[in-house]
Ligand binder design. Sequence first.
Ligand code: HEM
Length: 331
Amino acid sequence: MAIDPLRMHDVPSEAGVATARAAGPSVVRRAEPVTGHAPGGGLPLMVLLTIPSLVTAWGLPYYVLSLAQRLRHPLHPVLKSSGPLGLAFGALALTMFLFMWAYPFRKQARWLAWTGPVGRWLDVHIVMGLSLPVIAAVHAGWRFEGLIGLGMLAMVIVSLSGIIGRYLYTHIPRNRAGLELSLEESGAERRVLLTELAVETGLTPQELERSLGLDLRPQAGSGIHRTFARLLTDDLARWRTLRRLRREWSRSPRAQTLQDGARLGRALRLARRELALSQQVRLLDATRKVFGWWHVAHRPFAMTALLAVVIHVVVAVWVGGVRFTLPGPPR
Ligand code: HEM
């Protein structure tokens, strides 16, 4: 029989929690982290944004000039798109851009599992996607005319729309590897979370459900705007509930164990995951639908950027702006 993750009777039994308490926290099965996997990539993103930003700051006197004035500037040989620095940024941007297409490929190709979980690949996709427009802009000398201007525009749109996609992605229940959880798996995950939370806080599952103030009624999806409004409202409600829980639990005589700051922190992390999961499941159909539409909108811009980049590279090599020369024998 399928488990309905929203049903109240799906909370763990007192007996189950008592067994888990007796076994001790180290034996209780650990719940998945909040967004399926720990998000990473902050440092690489900072590096990939800092380097082109520093070059831009250094070359600013050159970049503000018109095309004709640039020809006479001492930085022109280095910073022009076909100069050593400009070309290095171009090659990096092209490599990163082509790598962006490896993510959808990895998602389909299970035999590539040895390269790491899909969630990690998405982290790399996001780091590259956010820094790519700035790196490509340095290669283009911060000028966006003609075909490459169209490519840049498409790339910026894909990048910005990616932020929305990532938001929707994190509102669909996932496991550690980044794969979607089914309703049954989400229900089982909620039970694990409530058991862990009961062990951590010393409260009963029923007290916890009351304390968390869970609203378990399914939400029917109704269009993009209402779904986004609901998701944002849920995020805000979760943030408010967690603040209230911090206050209540740190003072509650029923939750003595939470006087310890580290334990309170752990309990709040579990509570956040439980709240997020029940909100996600409640709105799952609507979020999945909007995420599906997002995919449809994301793809044509990504394809436009790809087409513009391919034409640009072919023309650059063919017309002769870029020459790949091998060093000849010494004369
Ligand atoms: C030049 C930049 C980018 C390109 C060319 C690009 C390209 C793509 C492509 C081709 C897909 C697969 C679409 C599909 O399966 O229908 C995809 C998916 C995705 N991208 Fe990007 N992307 C870029 C930037 C970004 C950025 C900056 C983010 C986040 C901040 C992002 C987040 C996502 C997400 C969340 C998905 C869907 C993941 C999934 O459903 O598993 N992308 N992207």
